[in-house]
Structures are given as C-alpha cells and as structure tokens.
Design a protein around this ligand. Sequence first.
Ligand code: SAH
Length: 400
Amino acid sequence: MGYRTYTCPTARSCGGCEWLQVPYPIQLKRKQAGLDELYAPFLEATPGLAFSPILGMDEPIHYRHKAATPFAPAPHGRIRSGFYAKGTHRIMSCSECLVEDPRCRPILTSVARTAEHMRIAAYNEDRGSGILRHAVVRCAWKGDEVLLTLVANGEQLPHERAFIERLIDFTPDVTTVALNINMKKTNAILGPRTRTLFGSGTIHDELLGCRFRIGPASFYQTNPEQTEKLYQIAIDAALEDAPEGSSMKVLDAYCGLGTIGICLAHAAQGKGVAAEVTGVEKGAEAIRLAKLNASDNHLEEACRFVCDDATSYISALARQGHQFDIVVMDPPRAGSTPEFLASVLAFKPRKVIYISCNPKTQVRDLETLIKGGYRVASLHAVDMFPHTKHVETVAVLMRA
Ligand code: SAH
C-alpha cells in the first residue's frame, strides 16, 4: 500500500515545506535517522541508551496556529501580501497554506484589502517609506480567540480608529488587535513597543489542563498539539521518581509565558508533590503574563517569574549558593552559554531536562554537561514542524 502525500497550492514557490513530497512516515524515519547520527557519541557511550521513537502527528496539516505576512506597495495603490518566495524578498500572494490554521490567511489578506481601501501605504523596505510593514495572526488552539498584530513603521496608523473599525467588520473572528512599532531597517518582524488597539490585548489557550494568556510580543509554540507531547515528556522526567509528599525546587530557564513551569507545578500538585518553580525569561511582556498565568491557574504560591537574561540571573543564583533539584531549560536556536551551563552544574540538580529546537547546539551543550558530571538518561524527539527538516528534542540528564 502506498503512503498518502499532501499537496499545497503554494508550496512550490514558498519553499517552507521542503519535505512535502516525502510521505510523512518516511519524513519521521529520516528525522530519526538524522538524530541517531548526530547523537551517536552519546548513544555509543551509554549502553542501553536509544533515542525514543519520534512522536509524529496523526494528521500533519493545519498545525501552525500563528501566521504572518509582509506587506509591500504594488501599482495602482494596491498592497501585496502573502509570503516571501524562497530565498528572496519578493512577495507571492497566498490563498491557502496546508500547514497553517485555515483561519489565519483570510485575516491577513483582509488587512491588505482594508488598508488599500483606507489608502494606508504599505512599507517599502528599500526606501524605508510607507507605514504598514507586517501583520501577524495567532489563533487559539483550544477556543475561538484570535490575536492580530499589525506592525507599523511609525507610532500610529493613519485614520487608526476608522481603519480598525472597518477591519473588525471584515474579520469578525479577530478578538483583539495590537499595534507593534518597528521603525528600524531590519528583517526582524517586531519592534520594541506594542500597544493594544482593540480588545484585551491577549488571547487564551490551554495546554495540559492549564490556561494561558498569550500576548503579541511573547514566544508561544506554534504547534500546541505537539507542544503538549513535548511538555509531557519533560513533566514525566521531572516527576517519575518524586514520591507523593515530596517537594522539589525547579528552575524553568528561558520560560517564555511560564508554560512549562506552570504545567509542571500543576501536574506535581495532582501527584501530591510540592513543586516550587522559578522561571527566568528576558521578555518583559512574557514575564508579566507568566505571573498572571500562574495566578489564573491558582499556582501563584508555587511559581515565581523573573525578567532577566538567563545567564546573568542564574550565575548570580549560583554565586549565592542556590540549589535546584530539577533544571528545565528551553533555550532559543543558538543554545545556551558556557556560563549558564557552569551555573547549572553548580546547582547540582538531580536532573537536567534540556528541551531544544536545534539539535546541533543541544549536542554541543550536552557535551559540557557530561564533562561536568552528568550522563544522558533518555533522549526524545517530537515532530513540531511536519514537512520541514526541523525537529524538537528533549534530553534528560542525571548526575553520573
Ligand atoms: N519555554 C518557553 C519558551 C521557549 S523559546 C515555551 O515553551 O514556550 C525560548 C525563550 O527564551 C523565548 O521566550 C526567548 O524570549 C527567551 N530567551 C532568549 N534568549 C534569552 C536570554 N538570554 N535570557 C532569557 N531568556 C531568553
């Protein structure tokens, strides 16, 4: 029997789903084989250690609940929107995308049409002229809330009120709109400041029985269905040898909206384990919301969140002699820093649970932790981005 493959009208020019022609079960096998090769030094050094089978999606489509479009001026007052053609800044229009939540694209397109109607100029990136740069939309996975963020090359949009009123008329699914200000010549979508134009400024989503507020400037996983699987691996590793009635101090480093620490504290509570979580993250909005997320889930006593650079914060804790039983770390693609890892070693945690979106930097960082006296206890992978080469991994380390 042949495998099912998926087709997408835009994939050819978009280039985002470079593995779309490969049947999904074969994609998973390829990812697994790539990991076996990359982590071979650890697998060979540890008898009995094998990568757990990668967790794929049952239906690997429409998994991205966040989507974005750049805008550019076109002849006759039109505005181009869609996505950059592979390797260029040429905007191709996009009517639908196989991997996005189907609610996303029509909303992004409506922004362009409404701005044309209101004669709001799209940003010209060569000249630095025009105002409307990007739109980013985030749809809740559990629920109907939708957050739309408009990115402007200025403090405010022309006829801002009228524009938003008209936009909301055309996109009734949108429950809140934010304006982000980005006046720099940069490829980064978001600039440093954001204000709310309509609604509460945040939407809610749910992961593993906890409810989270999500804001325009904070990181939140794009594939929540797979995120639950990823977090569950981390939670199981943290709690598997914690008896009822015990307590544990947990560091949640690079914590974003506090999602991992809060889900962990919630699961611990269900098991009769008292988890005391300290989360650190550099994004101010994310930490403001992480604190609210803790109290929304009645975990404000169990979870505290600090806005700081992860390395400088935990280096200071290490110098003060702080200890943690469990360190959960989820750094960006660049991985962590040598000073961060040295501080982790100084905490002498029972376990380090390292979640990574870039296996190459994870392997580099694991070598440092192993030299510092830890061994790899288990390795797991979750397919967060079907049809792409990307894969998310979890390494669980224990004191050797
Ligand atoms: N654990 C979260 C976020 C992971 S993404 C989740 O699962 O959703 C990585 C996070 O690290 C982002 O929120 C980013 O803002 C943050 N970050 C990146 N560099 C950092 C640094 N040097 N110090 C603290 N946080 C950092």
